[in-house]
Design a protein around this ligand. Structure first.
Ligand code: NAP
Length: 298
């Protein structure tokens, strides 16, 4: 079967596209490599999404998934390995190929690594990129958070409620995060902020036993939560040549890439604002563009 539209990724951007495409009558298929909701599943607090004065990422992800199911939008948990352009697009997964007239890529971003020796081996053994998944494991212990953006500060506030002490390690002396969040963090009695500081070494082989900061100070922390930004997930895009040198997908005003009929939305594209609300809206705009083309048969 040749679908009208295949959507790669079912976070807010992909779900936004799926809802508009399905309600407009398109024959659509969604492919998601992990859990529906994407990065939402790893965000603790969401306070800035319309209609939700205060919710959590997983809660929003569950609601979004419920909406997908209610609309009977077909989806499969499949990792896309590569996409072939042309008049009929071929979306390759590990052992299956799906065909469609149009594709919307909404594959999002993944956490950037610090790049320290032994970091990969210590993941889930004291190195974490997901406070909502792991912070409860460190109740009563000392932990560190690295980063100075909204993610690091928001997650540090969440973690501080669960653990004994949080060291917030930031490489500069001012934060990139919203002032309101920084003020909230500074009020917490069990948070120590280390400015102009970098984690230079991870101690431990089987599990994290501590970290070294600026080559000299040892902190006996049981976990290091790393929030130093994100990078696009686009390993499957190399054949298409639609990304910049950092891997972000380049799109026009209608969210179309330079490959005709292949669109991209959400955190995977190069843009100014990376928010849930922008991702959802980009998905809707791209889907309606595809709807127009399917109806006009072009
Ligand atoms: P970000 O804004 O890119 O911040 C990354 C932080 O990590 C920066 O403080 C950066 O330091 C630091 N950093 C980068 N590489 C590092 C390294 N190798 N070693 C040590 N520190 C390093 O990333 P984010 O906080 O994940 O946010 C991503 C986007 O999502 C942003 O647009 C953000 O506003 C948005 N977001 C919004 C909300 C919200 O609205 N509530 C919540 C979360 C995220 P420098 O400052 O020195 O560059």
């Amino acid at each position: 079967m040749v679908y009208d539209l295949i959507i790669v990724g079912l976070g807010p951007a992909g779900a936004g596209a799926a809802i508009y495409a399905k309600r407009s009558g398109l024959n659509v298929l969604c492919l998601e490599a992990e859990a529906p909701g994407g990065l939402l599943n790893r965000i603790n607090t969401v306070d800035n999404y319309l209609g939700f004065p205060h919710t959590t990422g997983p809660e929003l992800a569950a609601l979004l998934f419920e909406q997908i199911r209610k609309l009977e939008i077909p989806f499969k948990i499949k990792k896309v390995t590569w996409i072939e352009g042309g008049e009929t697009k071929k979306v390759h997964c590990d052992n299956e190929v799906f065909e469609s007239k149009y594709v919307i890529i909404a594959s999002g971003r993944k956490a950037r690594k610090l790049g320290l020796k032994n970091e990969a081996n210590l993941v889930n053994k004291g190195i974490s990129y997901c406070a909502i998944c792991d912070a409860a494991l460190y109740k009563g212990k000392d932990v560190a958070v690295v980063g100075g953006g909204n993610s690091a500060i928001e997650e540090a506030i969440y973690i501080a409620k669960l653990v004994n002490k949080v060291y917030l390690i930031h490489r500069r002396d001012e934060f990139r995060a919203d002032e309101k969040l920084v003020e909230e963090l500074k009020k917490l009695p069990n948070v120590e902020i280390l400015y102009n500081s970098n984690v230079t070494e991870l101690i431990g082989t089987e599990k994290l036993e501590g970290i070294i900061v600026n080559g000299e100070r040892k902190l006996d922390v049981a976990c290091l939560f790393t929030y130093v930004g994100y990078e696009p997930q686009g390993d499957f895009l190399s054949d298409l040549e639609i990304t910049d040198e950092k891997g972000y997908i380049l799109v026009d005003d209608n969210y179309q890439t330079k490959e005709d009929g292949i669109y991209a939305v959400g955190d995977a594209i190069l843009k100014k604002v990376y928010q849930i609300v922008t991702a959802a809206s980009e998905g809707a705009v791209a889907a309606l563009e595809v709807v127009k083309r399917v109806k006009n048969n072009n």
